[in-house]
Design a protein around this ligand. Structure first.
Ligand code: FAD
Length: 341
């Protein structure tokens, strides 16, 4: 079989990192990224990009932990390299605070992040409305720079990038041997997945360079995540809401909630509002499928539905998707050598 031709649909953090992993694990493959939108116009551009996992109820915890660990290890190495600032990756320390002590005092990812510990009484004095807290150091991606860095890596590896809206995965069968679906919330229409739904998130990106530590309310709704240039203030989680228009009432509410955690934010400048639709599902869809019409087959690998945690697990799921692409190639090679016999 000639060099397998692989199309990756989607250019958010999942599509770009999956294309890169495929090129790394299968250097003989010809990989093309097809997407109707690229950075800065994807959901991935809106994200805060903090490596604090979201829990997928339908995916075993040991699998989620493996995805997170692989992602953390990958980004930690970038943060320790000369590329760190261009890639927008940096370490950030801070606190997750709770009004009531959580049932699980040790989250499954506590031994992956650095220096995880309970907060001291003295630290908790900063948060008079909270009675329990966890301190740790994690990584943060500044999302648009990280996406651009991934695109640059893809081009350097010889991957083709093309603007194209795909109406149906089958339309790619005559041009590609394998298709990888990383369409995020677009997969609802693309493959008719009714288990996939949007969870709208509105955030503010502000100039407040004195804020150096992250602060996250344990309910996950209110957070302050300092990046290299701007601080992300969040947020909202609105299930089944498809609106991409910022809501001024919500902006004020987010700002007030964040100021009650960190009063110095009252002096923040240059407030920009962003909205994104988290591609949510009970579990990430990471599996093979074979489409077939009139005896013609098209192997597909799905990798979408990362909800509120795409940045936290993207490298781990990209590696697994690349492994599944390897299985598809082995199956295609098996059937083409059988055909020659
Ligand atoms: P997307 O970024 O949406 O990319 C999908 C791509 O597919 C796009 O390029 C789109 O144009 C393309 N596409 C779709 N349909 C088609 C089609 N038919 N044909 C061609 N192309 C198509 N996660 C974290 O881990 N940490 C955080 O701190 C964090 N904060 C967040 C804050 C907010 C406000 C939001 C909204 C999300 C946050 N997330 C966070 C979640 C994270 O943003 C998502 O999980 C992640 O971006 C999903 O990436 P994706 O590549 O699957 O989707």
């Amino acid at each position: 079989m000639a060099a397998p031709k692989v199309a990756v649909v989607g250019a958010g953090v999942v599509g770009l990192s999956t294309a890169l992993c495929i090129a790394e694990t299968c250097p003989s493959c010809s990989v093309t990224v097809l997407s109707d939108q690229f950075s800065p116009n994807t959901t991935s551009d809106v994200a805060a990009g903090m490596l604090i996992p979201h829990t997928y109820p339908g995916t075993p915890i040991h699998v989620q932990k493996q995805w997170f660990k692989e992602t953390f290890t990958y980004l930690f190495a970038i943060s320790n390299s000369a590329e760190a600032s261009e890639a927008g990756i940096h370490l950030v320390s801070g606190w997750q605070v709770f009004k009531n002590t959580p049932k699980e005092e040790l989250p499954f990812w506590s031994d992956v992040v650095l220096g995880f510990r309970s907060m001291s009484e003295a630290e908790l004095q900063k948060f008079p409305q909270h009675q329990f807290g966890q301190a740790f150091t994690t990584l943060k991606c500044d999302c648009p720079p990280y996406l651009l860095w991934l695109e640059k890596r893809l081009k350097a590896t010889g991957i083709q990038i093309s603007i194209r809206k795909v109406a149906d995965l089958w339309e790619l069968h005559s041009e590609y041997n394998i298709v990888v679906n990383c369409a995020g919330i677009g997969a609802q229409q693309l493959v008719g997945d009714e288990k996939l739904f949007p969870v709208r998130g509105q955030v503010l990106k502000v100039h407040a360079p004195w804020v150096k530590n992250f602060i996250r309310d344990g309910d996950g709704l209110t957070y302050i995540y300092p990046g290299i240039h701007r601080v992300t203030l969040g947020g909202t989680r609105e299930k089944e809401n498809w609106s991409l228009s910022p809501d001024p009432g919500t902006t004020k509410d987010i700002f007030d909630r964040c100021c009650s955690l960190e009063p110095s934010l009252r002096g923040a400048q240059d407030i920009k509002v962003k909205v994104g639709l988290r591609p949510s599902r009970q579990s990430v869809r990471l599996e093979r499928e074979v489409l077939s019409q009139g005896g013609v087959k098209l192997p597909v690998v799905h990798n979408y539905g990362h909800g509120a945690g795409g940045f936290s697990v993207h490298r781990g799921t990209a590696k697994e998707a690349a492994r599944l692409v390897g299985e598809c190639i082995a199956a295609l090679q098996g059937s083409s050598s059988r055909a020659r016999l």
